[in-house]
Design a protein around this ligand. Structure first.
Ligand code: ADP
Ligand code: MG
Length: 885
């Protein structure tokens, strides 16, 4: 039957029932997806829901509690036993719900960040998620793509693929399209095949999908590997460590309570059950889950604001970011480019019309020009030919497919009536694609008379040394020093107006001339310079200002001309008077320490190549900064990886950069970075808020028991009450704090230090002091009633129980701000209001619903009792709120 690489295109087409110029039909696609499944690597088996639910109860203390309950049940305390069981079950449900929620949102994230494939279906190229690729699909691949499935390559434009993910070999393989006769070839030798997961490092190509999902070469390897490990963020790790300490502290205190209680003559069995309940209540076993929920809900908020977080840990780092290094083109600017001016024959021609409006004219000193104007037509024609973009029209609206810079040149050509059917008269012999290192692009073309010529376009200063002639109104002339200076002046003048400049040159070639790149782009004849406008995005100026107030410095990084970059930086008001603008070639001559010395004063890096980006990141990091760095091309990946927050572009970014990044901007917009940072700061603050709340509540619960034992009093709370307090106060209100709105000044403070601990900024003191007072007022409530009604222990306990819950439910509002409830409008967070109201209701039910009274050992409370309870439970908040400690 033979292997795919042995077949020619015709055979592949026949076997897979597809035409390479048409692709599959929707019907074929649906049918094949049904038969072969989605194009995904299924490495992990999903755990069953039941197992996940049971996992909620595997906690050591919970197991002991269950055992103790069982004993209680056997000793005849059925009501107690059942009540405890029910509460533990409810607790498990909450934990299960939280974990499910966390997992679901993580799954959503994975899908959002999924790579995109360019597929030919029913004759049209479409961009679809890679997992939708089916066998027989015709797909296009470009530099920077990860190949979505195994393909038989049928078109290769200098297509090179790096297959180390599969073969370990990091030197890219040049791909070809002819069938191979030999048999039994390994992957590296199948040079007309492309494999899922490998990376296009050069050129472009087209292939037909022959295997998808687990049937691919990568799938076969993946099935051998065990499931991937879940990554734990530093914060989660810190919290897990903290959790261990807290368990130790809570357990020791509990043992102390139990010990003292037994010493004071309480029955061992009662003290044991109370102790275990207390331990279950006081150990914040739910903390990691709530943190994950808070992180992933925050991540969802970010998605709504167009930022996709690829690693949860990025959320924490975002809050500590102190430098944003951002690309200019497309991130700070709109990437909607328009040719506004053309420098030709030593004079400036104005071009009218905005964006992709094809109606525009050319004016020289207010005189409209036509195609007879010397050299104008050839310049526009060359700009159109040496071009990698195309214009598409849908419902009368034009849009550019490909590089917007190239697109602008197409639009300009169209304004003179030139359009792409010129293509047919020209045959492309060779193309050297644009890249940000070379800053130019060249094409060798043969016309209908078999005349060959080279067209090169690129950054004027890069092309300058390659010009030896220039066109004038009267034909070709040598490019002398005078002409050189004139060109430089012209470029400076255009750049000062924030124009992006592109020079264009050409040279006729004989048919025998070598097409070697190095010899090729020399002795060119200069034709003209395009001046292209790319206006800043409207929202960016404000975003940069906001960042400044938040102690975050914005740095512009661009391949554009210094003056173009500086003009836009000034438009955006991002540079102080004495701010520095540095060029890539200055960086070359600079040692790392030289750069580190001045880097704090640099605001713009112009004419840089992707390699410079790495140097810039490292210099800022050397200064102790936490650096966010954006990028879109393949070459940006190392800098993105080295930065603390690597940011890639959702629209223009390549798969490779996206994979290296921890944040993807769905709209490529700088302002989105600021929004993500704001969310990042808020999420961290919210985590601090509920840690503060949970721990101070727990401190209160333990202390009231401890004090009572030390004072030789009866237990102020019975086990079911302790567990109930834990259930109603911990779960919902804590989660609601995780959803809290940012405080007004989150973006008015400097970034958090990455070395900061969770208990920094006075949090530890707040937890202990508030917890202490909560314990004290609860005890007072208990004592006041107990002293007057010694026979009615239930009454005193009900008051203590209610005071404890009320104190916590008031205190939860304190936790929303650095100090207390008085600092913020308590009604802002609707989730918190709902959570507190439902907790209140749960508490009232246990007091006033008769069937529950014997279970919770509660009695009715009078209005007088309520006055006492509310008065007492407000004390911690009032005392600390007014003293602002
Ligand atoms: P950036 O993305 O930061 O704007 P680039 O590396 O894309 O920087 O561009 C650097 C310079 O290369 C531009 O100022 C322009 O002169 C030139 N250039 C940009 N795009 C093209 C292109 N498609 N073809 C030829 N030259 C280009
Ligand atoms: Mg660019």
């Amino acid at each position: 039957m033979g292997k795919w690489y042995q077949k020619d295109v015709k055979q592949v087409e026949e076997l897979l029932q597809v035409k390479v110029n048409k692709g599959l039909s929707e019907r074929q696609v649906t049918e094949r997806r049904k038969r072969f499944g989605s194009n995904i690597l299924q490495t992990e088996k999903k755990q069953s829901k039941w197992l996940l639910f049971l996992r909620q109860f595997q906690d050591f203390m919970v197991l002991i509690l269950l055992a103790a309950t069982l004993i209680a049940g056997m000793l005849g305390e059925f009501i107690d036993a059942i009540a405890i069981m029910v509460i533990v079950l409810l607790n498990g449900c909450i934990g299960f719900y939280q974990e499910q929620k966390a997992e679901k949102s993580m799954d959503k994230l994975k899908n959002l960040a999924a790579p995109i494939a360019n597929i030919l279906r029913e004759g049209e190229w479409e961009k679809r998620p890679s997992q939708e690729v089916v066998i027989g699909d015709v797909i296009k691949i470009n530099r920077g793509d990860r190949i979505p499935a195994d393909i038989r390559i049928i078109k290769s434009d200098s297509l090179e693929i790096e297959e180390s993910a599969l073969t370990g070999e990091s030197i890219p393989v040049l791909k070809q399209i002819l069938p191979i006769v030999e048999d039994g070839l390994d992957a590296p030798d199948q040079v007309n095949m492309g494999f899922k997961g490998t990376m296009v490092t050069r050129g472009s190509g087209i292939g037909i999908v022959v295997h998808t999902g687990m049937e691919t070469m990568m799938g076969k390897i993946a099935s051998l590997m065990a499931g991937t490990k879940k990554l734990v963020t530093p914060l989660e790790r810190k919290l897990a460590e903290l959790g261990k300490i807290l368990i130790f502290v809570a357990l020791s205190l509990t043992i102390l309570v139990v010990g003292v209680g037994i010493y004071q003559g309480h029955p061992v069995y009662h003290m044991f059950l109370a102790g275990v309940s207390l331990a279950v209540a006081a150990i914040p076993e739910g903390l990691p889950a709530i943190v994950t929920v808070a992180l992933s809900l925050g991540v969802q908020r970010m998605i709504r604001r167009k930022a996709i977080v690829r690693q949860l840990s990025a959320v924490e780092t975002l809050g500590t970011t102190s430098i944003i290094c951002s690309d200019k083109t497309g991130t700070m600017t709109e990437n909607k480019m328009t040719v506004k001016e053309i420098y030709l024959n030593g004079r400036y021609i104005q071009v009218s019309g905005d964006g992709y409006d094809m109606n525009g004219n050319f004016y020289l000193e207010n005189k409209k020009l036509d195609e007879k104007h010397p050299n104008l037509k050839s310049m526009l024609l060359y700009g159109m030919l040496c071009n990698h973009a195309s214009l598409t029209v849908k419902k009368g609206k034009y849009s550019v497919e490909g590089d917007p810079t190239d697109g602008a040149l197409l639009v300009a050509a169209r304004k003179l009536g030139l359009s792409h059917n010129y293509d047919q008269k020209f045959q492309i012999i060779q193309e050297i694609p644009f890249d940000s290192n070379r800053k130019r692009m060249s094409i060798v073309i043969e016309d209908e008379n078999q005349m060959r010529f080279l067209i090169t376009k690129g950054a004027p200063d890069v092309l300058l040394p390659r010009f030896s002639n220039h066109y004038t109104e009267n034909g070709r002339r040598p490019f002398d020093l005078l002409e050189k200076n004139k060109l430089e002046d012209a470029v400076n003048q255009m750049a000062d107006k924030a124009y992006r400049t592109i020079a264009i040159g050409m040279k006729p070639l004989s048919r025998t001339e070598s097409l070697e790149t190095t010899i090729l782009e020399k002795d060119l004849t200069f034709i003209g310079v395009y001046g292209i406008i790319d206006p800043p995005r409207k929202e960016v100026k404000q975003a940069i200002q906001d960042c400044k107030e938040a102690g975050i410095k914005t740095v512009m990084i661009t391949g554009d001309h210094v003056k173009t970059a500086a003009a836009i930086a000034n438009d955006l008001n991002m540079m102080p008077e004495d701010g520095l603008v540095i060029e890539g070639r200055e960086l070359n001559g600079m040692s790392s320490s030289d750069l580190t010395d001045i880097i704090e004063d640099v605001y713009v890096f112009a004419r840089v190549t992707p390699e410079h980006k790495l140097k810039i990141v490292e210099a800022f990091q050397e200064k102790g900064h936490i650096v966010a760095m954006t990028g879109d091309g393949v070459n940006d990946a190392p800098a993105i990886k080295a930065s603390d927050i690597g940011i890639s572009m959702g629209i223009t970014g390549t798969d490779v950069t996206k994979e290296a990044s921890s944040l993807i901007l769905m709209d490529d917009n700088f302002a989105t970075i600021k929004n993500a940072i704001q969310e990042g700061r808020n999420i961290y603050e919210n985590i601090r808020k509920f840690i503060r709340y949970l721990l101070s509540s727990n401190v209160g619960e333990i202390l009231v028991m401890l004090f009572a034992m030390l004072m030789a009093m009866p237990l102020p709370l019975v086990p079911v009450q302790i567990l109930w307090v834990n259930l109603v106060t911990d779960g919902l209100p804590a989660m609601a704090l995780g959803l809290d709105q940012p405080e007004e000044d989150v973006m008015k403070r400097p970034p958090r230090s990455p070395r900061e601990r969770i208990f920094s900024r006075g949090l530890g003191f707040k937890i202990i002091s508030r917890g202490f007072l909560i314990g004290v007022v609860t005890l007072i409530g208990f004592m006041v009633v107990y002293q007057n009604n010694e026979s009615n222990l239930e009454y005193a306990r009900t008051v203590a129980f209610t005071t404890l819950v009320m104190a916590q439910l008031i205190h939860v509002f304190d936790c929303r701000s650095e100090n207390s409830i008085f600092d913020r409008n308590p009604f802002e967070n609707i989730y918190l209001i709902i959570a507190v109201l439902s907790s209140l209701l749960l508490m009232l039910i246990t007091i006033y619903w008769e069937p529950l009274q014997p279970i919770f050992q509660t009695t009715y409370l009078s209005l007088y009792d309520w006055l006492l309870i509310i008065g007492l439970s407000a004390i911690p908040t009032v005392v600390f709120g007014l003293s602002k400690k």
